[in-house]
Design a protein around this ligand. Structure first.
Ligand SMILES: [Zn+2]
Length: 540
């Protein structure tokens, strides 16, 4: 067959028509994209050369078709494979940057078995790998995947699939099935049966026994793990180089250019805790902070309409907290589904958009049975919680339809009763680490545990510190549903090229800001026009 004949066949394969009137045609020479003809509703463009054609194809296709052109890029044998385009999903979702800047492909077939490796010093990854066996445990020295990255023709070739790694961390797939077959799992089961009749002293003793060695666990990193944030940041940094551009635009994480975001949540565990809620609202209000109250619908205390109304009328939020807080929500699928149906109907009755399970128990695979807009049951690092693991990010993320707002700081119970720490030192350390990533600072403080003056004073010190951050560092303090609304809007917004500049489109764009990622001395830095340069995103 002649060269011209081959070219004709390729054209035939790749023409795409769209209801808007746009037409795409891609041609191939050898194994690469060599030409793009676009008839746009507003005009006609001819892009004759390989690299320009490819980037124009990415831009136009992402704008017009929402990636529906990508499968044909795969067929053409272009450098960016269909799998590669899935590999960039978390990255473009996280930064809300134009897809055309993120070109990721796999170096080759990945191992069936997953393991641990690192991507730079501060980032632990868990997933399949190309060309070598990776570690079964996160302990000890890990192979650094950074050395295996290749950049060719504007594409990053990685020895792993970043979307798979991010998914594994966010969904805690690296954790063995919880409570299965170990002495500790038997202990946990027995403990939860006996817990109601055990004294506080014995409960603490059992908890300490269970937690022995927590401070030696290398992963997730205590007191905050930012593996997901670091991995995605490193890939954006590499994308600057692979695209030969000085900066990549993206939609800033928070509205009005806020540097980070903070939320306060109150899980109401007992009747005395419920009765303390009006006082707690007074305390929060005196610092100008609105919080959410997580209410247990059954067995713990009476939940009257007046009580729920008193929370909402003051601008605070109601969230459903488990069903009866007995520690058995996820015990088996059948029981879970029964309970989820009840929990969902309480959600409707309470007008609650959010859910949190008891004791941060979670089984993220089952979340599709929960009819809530957001969940707050996944800790960032769970060394001091009964269910180990952690999602390794400080940003909200979607689990199907549900938005997860991770718990990114230590709970008050942990601080006072396990660490015996009556200061805000640990919280401040965690806040610093989260703010380096411009993340979500989220707290669980129980009304039940701050009734006494000593604990209440610590809590007020924290509120005082947060209000200083609001004034001095531009931290946005809002409620969980405030974050939920914003994050959903941001996820629907997109950046559109406007001549030399960019503009944001989509509902809520008035509050959104365009930011630029660039490289400074080997690190990723962010800037927002009209505002001071943000601190470096990646650790040195
Ligand atoms: Zn609780």
């Amino acid at each position: 067959m002649s060269g011209a004949g081959r070219r004709y066949l390729c054209f035939k394969f790749l023409i795409r028509f769209h209801p808007t009137g746009a037409v795409f045609a891609l041609a191939q020479v050898g194994d690469d994209v060599r030409a793009l003809v676009t008839r746009w509703p507003k005009g006609f463009f001819l892009q004759p050369s390989g690299r320009t054609a490819r980037s124009a194809a990415h831009r136009h296709a992402s704008q017009a078709f929402d990636s529906s052109l990508w499968p044909c890029m795969d067929k053409i044998g272009g450098r960016v494979s269909r799998a590669g385009l899935r590999m960039n999903t978390w990255l473009t979702q996280y930064f809300r940057c134009p897809e055309r800047y993120i070109r990721v492909a796999s170096k080759g077939p990945l191992s069936a078995k997953s393991g641990y490796f690192q991507f730079g010093n501060e980032t632990t990854c868990y997933g399949s790998y190309y060309g070598r066996q990776v570690a079964e445990s996160a302990t000890g020295e890990l192979h650094d995947a950074f050395c295996d990255v290749e950049i060719r023709n504007g594409t990053m070739y990685l020895p792993f699939d970043p979307s798979q790694v991010v998914d594994n961390l966010l969904r805690e797939r690296y954790v063995d099935e919880w409570r299965s077959g170990t002495f500790l799992s038997a202990l946990a089961k027995g403990y939860y049966r006996l817990r109601p009749v055990l004294s506080a002293g014995i409960r603490r003793l059992v908890q300490k026994l269970y937690l022995t060695g927590w401070d030696k666990l290398p992963f997730p990193r205590w007191p905050v793990d930012c593996s997901v944030d670091n991995l995605l940041g490193q890939l954006l940094l590499l994308s600057l180089g692979s695209n030969c551009v000085k900066r990549i635009p993206f939609i800033w994480f928070w509205p009005e250019g806020a540097s980070s975001c903070a939320i306060m949540t109150h899980d109401v565990e007992t009747e005395p805790g419920r009765d303390f809620c009006p006082t707690l609202m007074d305390i929060d209000d005196s610092y100008g902070i609105k919080a959410s109250f997580e209410i247990i619908p059954e067995q713990r205390y009476g939940v009257s309409r007046d009580f729920l109304g008193s929370i909402r009328e003051r601008g605070f939020e109601v969230v459903v907290h488990d069903l009866n807080h007995d520690g058995h929500l996820y015990r088996n699928r059948e029981q879970f589904l029964e309970r989820a149906a009840k929990i969902n109907s309480y959600g409707k009755e309470y007008g609650a958009e959010g859910f949190r399970a008891a004791v941060l128990y979670r089984k993220q695979l089952w979340y599709d049975a929960l009819s809530f807009s957001y969940d707050m049951s996944v800790p960032n690092v769970a060394h001091l919680d009964p269910q180990r693991g952690g999602c390794c990010t400080v940003m909200p993320y979607f689990l199907g339809e549900i938005l997860e707002l991770p718990v990114t700081t230590a709970q008050d119970y942990t601080l006072f009763n396990i660490l015996n720490d009556y200061s805000i030192g640990l919280w401040r350390r965690q806040i610093d680490l989260i703010m380096e990533k411009h993340g979500l600072i989220s707290f669980i403080v129980h009304p039940d545990y701050i009734v006494r003056p000593r604990e209440r004073a610590i809590y007020e010190r924290l509120l005082g510190f947060l209000t200083r951050l609001r004034v001095e560092k531009g931290v946005w303090i809002t409620t969980p549903s405030g974050v939920n609304r914003w994050w959903r809007q941001r996820a629907e917004m997109r950046l559109v090229e406007n001549g030399e500049a960019w503009r944001i489109e989509g509902p809520g764009k008035e509050r959104a800001r365009i930011a630029y990622a660039s490289e400074k001395e080997g690190r990723l830095v962010f800037s927002l026009p009209g505002m001071a340069e943000q601190e470096s995103f990646l650790p040195t």
